[in-house]
Design a protein around this ligand. Structure first.
Ligand SMILES: Nc1nc2c(ncn2[C@@H]2O[C@H](COP(=O)(O)OP(=O)(O)OP(=O)(O)O)[C@@H](O)[C@H]2O)c(=O)[nH]1
Ligand SMILES: [Mg+2]
Length: 461
């Protein structure tokens, strides 16, 4: 059922700004705005043409007090964000005018919008499919140009059209098989099981192709959790500062300077990196430092990427080996720092120590080798895939899960064919895959999931 009521919310961020926007959507949007808007021209809101702005004032209809000087934008259904009548009131961007105007709209009969309710209406009214609606929040939260490109690609349907295409092909198979079942006497060329198999294998490969982007997609959306570890004084905090381009962490020549975890986002060639600086790992009698070391080991356990720092100007120690022991089976890069100083460590020694991990020489102090490190990280994240194609990457766990399930349902189709089962059985399996894929666009998804998705949005979106 489509909503009958009219919703209102402050659509701009809370705080002071040049302008602030109160947004209304629903059948009463124009009437509600009309009750409080005094246009400088003679045209009432109800007659204001769609997609035009009118200049005037918001006046409290009860006490007749002028609340603010505003612009009022009217977008009539269906050519609006929600496909309903939408009015946006552009006032001064302060908490008071926004709050007063919102209150007036509520008094006039609007209901306070729930988080994401405008976008939810856009979805319910068919302007966006569910995966496009999900992309709206990704656009808002994008951390780098690549994450933005991915989110905008999803919003414009680059990803959903790929899924839609798979669904269409499945539906076509179903239709052809059903025709053959329903009209066996007619001269419809029955699709042989072999033909179905060929198409299903291709579909399965297409889905595998999409799924192969999931890791990169997730990283572009959420950031690559990268932890810098090493024994005390190797230059971990210096590296964080160099990557950030600012003095964020305290750097001293006293081993054991960093005690707590420091997290910052850095943009590395479009990859949002969540860099975590940690306490130097060593046996310590100091109670605070001990906790720091425990924390370092804990964040390392959850990291996507570990940057292990060594000091080129001192010999390898047992502490280095202790840290190295944590790297087995993990995605890690070994960094030989302080290469601006006379070398004590030989590369041969380091390579043997690094046990197959990539080794890069850097100087956190002078910034040398950092470009090579950044390139290694970007290569690792894209793992050979071309950047620019982000628009169709799988970037969300929900989608990934659905694609995986759809793929196993397609595998069942193949098993059914291999077992020489009748066409009805193939149709049943195909239909299951078709329905599963429909959860991405939201066509076959339950209300609880829809509510859960939109509850993650901010109010006013
Ligand atoms: N010459 C040289 N000195 C460096 C380099 N990187 C760091 N240092 C110095 O090494 C010392 C320790 O640097 P930090 O960045 O505090 O080292 P850390 O690994 O964070 O140390 P803890 O927090 O104590 O574990 C400081 O005096 C830095 O200036 C480098 O590339 N070259
Ligand atoms: Mg430090």
């Amino acid at each position: 059922m489509l909503p009958e009521d009219t919703i209102a919310a402050i659509a701009t961020a809370i705080g002071e700004g040049g302008i602030g926007i109160v947004r209304l959507s629903g059948p009463q949007a124009l009437n509600i705005a009309g009750e409080m808007f005094r246009a400088a021209s003679t045209l009432p809101v109800s007659e204001q043409p769609s997609r035009t702005a009118a200049y005037g004032h918001i006046v409290d209809p009860v006490c007749k007090e002028t609340v603010d000087e505003v612009l009022l934008l009217v977008m009539r259904a269906p050519r609006s964000y929600t496909r309903e009548d939408v009015v946006e009131i552009y006032c001064h961007g302060g908490p008071m005018p926004l709050k007063r105007i919102l209150e007036l709209t509520l008094k006039a009969g609007a209901r306070l919008a729930e988080p994401g309710e405008f976008t939810k209406r856009a979805f319910l009214n068919g302007r966006l499919d569910l995966s496009q609606a999900e992309a709206v929040i990704d656009v808002i939260r994008a951390k780098t140009d690549s994450s933005l490109r991915m989110a905008v690609g999803h919003l414009s349907g680059a990803f959903s059209s790929r899924v839609l295409q798979c669904r269409r092909q499945i539906l076509q198979l179903i239709a052809q098989l059903e025709a053959a079942i329903d009209f066996p006497e007619e001269d419809i060329e029955a699709m042989t099981a072999q033909q179905v198999e060929t198409v299903v294998r291709q579909l399965s490969a297409d889905i595998a192709g999409l799924l192969s982007t999931a890791q990169t997609g997730r990283i572009l959306r959420e950031g690559l959790k990268t932890v810098i570890i090493g024994k005390p004084n190797v230059g971990k905090s210096s590296l964080l500062n160099t990557l950030l381009g600012e003095d964020r962490a305290i750097v001293t020549d006293i081993p054991g300077t960093t005690r707590d975890i420091i997290e910052e986002y850095v943009n590395i060639g479009g990859v949002p990196l969540k860099v975590i600086d940690t306490a130097g790992i060593r046996e310590s009698a100091d109670e605070v430092e001990k906790i720091g070391v425990e924390k370092a080991l804990a964040v390392m356990a959850e990291a996507d990427l570990i940057l292990l720092l060594l000091d080129a100007s001192t010999p390898l120690t047992d502490e280095d080996k202790e840290v190295m022991a944590h790297l087995a089976g993990r995605q890690a890069i070994v960094l030989v720092n302080k290469t601006d100083l006379p070398a004590v460590l030989t590369m041969g020694e380091v390579e043997a120590f690094a046990a197959g991990k990539t080794v890069i020489k850097i100087s956190a102090l002078e910034g040398t080798g950092v470009a090579a490190l950044e390139k290694a990280i970007v290569d690792l994240v894209y793992s050979g895939r071309v950047s620019q194609g982000e628009g169709a990457f799988v970037n969300n766990v929900r989608h990934k899960h659905i694609l995986e399930l759809a793929q196993s349902l397609l595998a069942e189709v193949l098993a059914t064919i291999a077992a020489d089962m009748p066409p009805d059985c193939i149709v049943v399996d195909l239909r299951a895959a078709w329905e599963k894929l429909g959860e991405i666009s939201g066509e076959t998804v339950g209300e609880d999931i829809i509510d859960q998705i939109f509850s993650q949005f901010c109010i006013g979106k």
